[in-house]
Design a protein around this ligand. Structure first.
Ligand SMILES: [Zn+2]
Length: 266
């Protein structure tokens, strides 16, 4: 499932290929991906205009359309992805929507399970407020002090809190596991059992994990050897202690950890 680092990669693809080009055509091979606006209205907003710039908040990508205030919202759900195609290049499987630019390049949104969405948002700040999203996980506003403040005294498990988009926006199942592994914290630890110093350190670890993932192109094969992600399967050797990686369920989500490195705090 695309999380913050994956969406940052899609933002880079879009910024590097699709800004300031006239959008000639918008086509849907499956318009169920479009939410809250008709195909006709969506096409009317975009046709003849250009993408001016993009903003990311958590797992959401908001692309401003020139000539007005609307933004195209891209949310990638479980299986969504963004691709830039040169003239003559085939569309990936499960392509649902294609923006064709003057000059021939195309921006394609693929989504096998169709749990992602494309929509129109008038104002990104109101969107974040209405959705009740927490601060963007790698944003300046989420400094260590704010992170500690947000989590201090919170009920429930630390993994659940990190994945809650209204607490922090951008972290999902994979990067909550990686962050807690790197911080040597058991995913089922009660948030209230973690003191301010531990939370402050967790903030630093989370920033390092997300930035490392972005630098590695969100590609698990390029991650450092001491990351959990390339070893994310039951019985794999822990890259740090040579213990065995275990799979448990936290709030119904498959969760990987090293029980030797990540001792449970009550
Ligand atoms: Zn270990």
């Amino acid at each position: 499932m695309p999380e913050l680092p994956d969406v940052t990669m899609y933002k880079k693809i879009l910024d590097g290929s699709s800004l300031h080009k006239t959008i000639e055509k918008i086509s849907f091979s499956d318009s169920r991906i479009l939410k809250g606006v008709s195909v006709r209205k969506f096409s009317h907003i975009l046709k003849g205009n250009r993408f001016a710039r993009s903003l990311q908040h958590g797992k959401n990508l908001l692309v401003q359309v020139s000539g007005g205030s609307p933004h195209v919202l891209l949310h990638f759900g479980m299986t969504g992805a963004l691709h830039f195609l040169e003239r003559g290049e085939d569309e990936p499987v499960y392509t649902r929507c294609v923006f064709t630019f003057a000059g021939g390049g195309r921006l394609a949104v693929s989504d096998q399970r169709l749990l992602g969405k494309i929509g129109i948002v008038e104002d990104p700040q109101s969107f974040v407020r209405e959705k009740g999203l927490g601060p963007h996980a790698t944003g300046k506003e989420l400094h260590a002090e704010r992170f500690v403040q947000i989590l201090s005294g919170r009920k429930g498990r630390i993994k659940t809190a990190l994945m809650n988009q209204s607490v922090i926006a951008g972290i999902g199942n994979i990067y909550s596991d990686e962050t807690l592994y790197q911080a040597s914290i058991h995913p089922e630890s009660d948030v209230r059992s973690l003191d301010s110093k531990t939370l402050q350190d967790l903030h630093g670890v989370m920033q390092r994990v997300l930035r490392t993932a972005i630098r590695s192109g969100a590609d698990a094969e390029k991650f450092p050897k001491d990351f959990l992600l390339p070893n994310r399967r039951s019985g794999a050797s822990c890259p740090r202690c040579k213990g065995k990686i275990e799979k448990i369920r936290v709030n119904g989500r498959g969760t990987y950890l090293c029980p030797l490195c990540q001792k449970k705090q009550q």
